[in-house]
Design a protein around this ligand. Structure first.
Ligand SMILES: *[C@@H]1O[C@H](CO)[C@@H](O)[C@H](O)[C@H]1NC(C)=O
Ligand SMILES: *[C@@H]1O[C@H](CO)[C@@H](O)[C@H](O)[C@H]1NC(C)=O
Ligand SMILES: *[C@@H]1O[C@H](CO)[C@@H](O)[C@H](O)[C@H]1NC(C)=O
Ligand SMILES: *[C@@H]1O[C@H](CO)[C@@H](O)[C@H](O)[C@H]1NC(C)=O
Ligand SMILES: *[C@@H]1O[C@H](CO)[C@@H](O)[C@H](O)[C@H]1NC(C)=O
Ligand SMILES: *[C@@H]1O[C@H](CO)[C@@H](O)[C@H](O)[C@H]1NC(C)=O
Length: 129
């Protein structure tokens, strides 16, 4: 094999490899899943210090979920307290997680945010003491 023939063979193999690799999908598609929160909802009243189940609808989860690790966060007036979750590190496929109502000022503009893939807000509900 001449040097030129050898070089062009190498080049052909390299170009073929590049073409093959760029034809591959960049990543396997995964589904973003935001299961709706069932409770708390607009009729819910929580009392400070009491235990409640946050529940969400797990009907028809996609087969591939980007992030199955759940986190439940309280939001006051639309502001999430992400750093102080009411629950974390549970499977989002559970459909329910028990939390203790934190000692916050009474109000009717609280919401629960359920994180997995991304944050999903409950309706606003009431907390009393
Ligand atoms: C709303 O939340 C309450 C608990 O706070 C629950 O008992 C009720 O079933 C929920 N309503 C609906 C429509 O899911
Ligand atoms: C939350 O749900 C679990 C499982 O259904 C149940 O054992 C527990 O008593 C519930 N907690 C409250 C505070 O309702
Ligand atoms: C859960 O979602 C399914 C559809 O995805 C719906 O048929 C069902 O009624 C929902 N259940 C509750 C308790 O909201
Ligand atoms: C909950 O209350 C906040 C603050 O008042 C408001 O910005 C938000 O739109 C309300 N959310 C819903 C779902 O009504
Ligand atoms: C969740 O897991 C992370 C990493 O393992 C840990 O740093 C964090 O404290 C855990 N949070 C809770 C509420 O268990
Ligand atoms: C909540 O906090 C207030 C003031 O910090 C305190 O007086 C009250 O006893 C607390 N309530 C509970 C249920 O821990």
């Amino acid at each position: 094999m001449s040097i030129n023939k050898f070089t062009s063979t190498i080049l052909f193999v390299l170009f073929s490899l590049v073409a093959f690799v760029s034809a591959l999908p960049v990543h396997i598609a995964r589904d973003v899943w935001d299961p709706p929160i069932i409770s708390p909802n607009a009729t819910t009243v929580w009392i400070v210090g009491q235990k409640y189940n946050v529940t969400w609808n797990t009907t028809n989860p996609p087969s591939q979920i980007t992030n199955t690790v759940g986190r439940v966060v309280l939001a006051a007036n639309g502001l999430e307290d992400y750093e102080n979750p009411l629950a974390a590190n549970f499977s989002i496929l559970l459909g329910s997680i028990e939390v203790t109502c934190p000692n916050v000022t009474a109000g009717n503009d609280y919401a629960i945010v359920l994180f997995g893939d991304s944050g999903n807000f409950s309706p606003n509900f009431t907390i009393t003491n």
